[in-house]
Design a protein around this ligand. Structure first.
Ligand code: NIG
Ligand code: FE
Length: 426
């Protein structure tokens, strides 16, 4: 019996504990968390933990039989931006394509104009609000991309906003520099000039920061070519930024093959990926990040998730929250589309938003599964079993969110019982 006082936080009476590791499920389980650092010390059957630790001497959280899972990880978002593009969404519903709108001078550069004009404080306020929404849905780590500045000043503003939000919000924000998201208006007729500007002017400044982990490039038809992307990512790598890629979304360009060749951590979108690209990603340990809400919103064919899974790839799925192609931070929608449209099974889906998403962020050593040595980022569901994550269509069934051992969210309580609501017929 361990008798040290108040050293641990013990989460107990867990009905189903989904570890995202081996064994996949432990029924009637408990988790022991080190109080100082929020790291998991022990996981076992309830009865065994109660034997090993005197619960009365530690802080405890009684889960009362509900399911517990690792916190969700949203591994591909563009959540810091100014303005909106609701008009473009309605044009798309009228039949115009994302590429047509981009060619007409709309798309990403419109959000660039708005983001350049938006103050740091306003970007913090909207960013925080978005993170609060994510948190209530069980997200404990999120990736955020710059790329709505396309000049040094505003790219830095976006990264500074993310750094500040990371410091003030329970969600960990992993930062990706995406200066090559689109060609800026200043370089409209000189794409090579813009690529040169990213390589020579932006990257050296960004790489000086210690808060940016990745460099991403939109490599696709009408955006950056394979050659340009290779040049940007080769320089990024030499400066210590790990490569990520937006590829094969609008058209097949051999982007997954490039991701494999360059040693990218992840390749994302992949609506038009080739069989060869899939097998090269598998051989080179590239994590595919599939974005089904984007395919839904663009009314495009979904990425071939089953083919990737059959090739042994650790598929991650993510919201791709942004003002254009996927104006959604809905985790329930993401899970539903993964089941119905990507044809993934429950276990594959849970892995896709936990351990595989952690791999896409190169953080699987620390997060993404519940095992000793990893951070105690976990969620408690308000449901009889974790199957309800996909059985419940579109509803948020997350009750409690725990980040590094501390409760950071509990489902809001409705207020109508204590307020005196007047009905018309009374
Ligand atoms: O991931 N595909 C490129 N970038 C974003 C879209 C950004 C936008 O339309 O503002 C994406 O879908
Ligand atoms: Fe994206």
């Amino acid at each position: 019996m361990n008798n040290a006082n108040n050293e641990y936080i013990i989460v107990y009476n867990i009905g189903e504990l989904i570890t995202s590791s081996d064994p996949w499920i432990i029924n009637n389980a408990a988790i022991v968390i080190e109080k100082g650092n929020g790291i998991i010390k022990d996981i076992d059957k309830n009865i065994t933990i109660k034997d090993k630790y005197d619960l009365s001497k530690h802080e405890t959280i009684d889960v009362k039989g509900d399911p517990v899972l690792p916190g969700f990880i949203d591994s591909h978002t563009h959540f810091v931006f100014g303005g909106y593009r609701a008009d473009e969404y309605l044009w798309r519903l009228d039949g115009q394509s994302y590429s047509e709108i981009m060619k007409k001078g709309g798309g990403i550069v419109n959000t660039v104009d708005a983001t350049r004009k938006t103050s740091f404080k306003d970007l913090i306020d909207t960013g925080k609000n978005r993170l609060d929404n994510y948190l209530q849905q069980g997200v404990t780590t999120i990736e955020g991309k710059s790329g709505y500045g396309l000049n040094i000043e505003t790219e830095i503003k976006q990264l500074d906003v993310m750094r500040s939000l990371n410091n003030q919000h329970p969600i960990d924000v992993v930062q990706t520099f995406m200066g090559a998201h689109s060609v800026s208006r200043e370089f409209k007729d000189d794409k090579d000039g813009f690529v040169n500007y990213v390589i020579e002017e932006m990257l050296p400044v960004i790489a000086e920061r210690d808060d940016v982990s990745f460099c991403d490039v939109f490599c696709d038809e009408g955006v950056f070519t394979i050659e340009q992307t290779k040049n940007i990512l080769t320089k990024a790598k030499s400066l210590g930024l790990k490569p990520k890629l937006h590829v094969d979304e609008i058209a097949y360009v051999g982007g997954a093959e490039l991701a494999a060749e360059i040693g990218a951590v992840s390749a994302e979108h992949l609506l038009k990926v080739s069989d060869e690209g899939i097998s090269r990603m598998a051989k080179n340990n590239v994590t595919p990040v599939i974005l089904p809400i984007t395919a839904f919103s663009l009314q495009e064919k979904y990425a071939p998730a089953r083919k990737m899974l059959e090739n042994g790839l650790d598929v991650a799925v993510s919201t791709d929250f942004n003002p254009g192609s996927s104006h959604s931070y809905s985790i329930p929608l993401l899970l539903s589309l993964s089941a119905i449209k990507l044809k993934m099974n429950l276990k594959e889906i849970v892995k896709a938003v936990t351990i595989n998403a952690a791999k896409a962020l190169d953080r699987d050593e620390f997060i993404g599964s519940l095992e000793p040595g990893k951070f105690a980022d976990l969620i408690i569901l308000d449901a009889p079993s974790y199957e309800h994550l996909i059985y419940n269509i579109g509803g948020n069934i997350v009750d409690t969110v725990i980040k590094k051992g501390s409760i950071v969210h509990k489902k809001d309580k409705l207020q109508y019982e204590k307020n005196n609501i007047m009905k018309g017929d009374k």
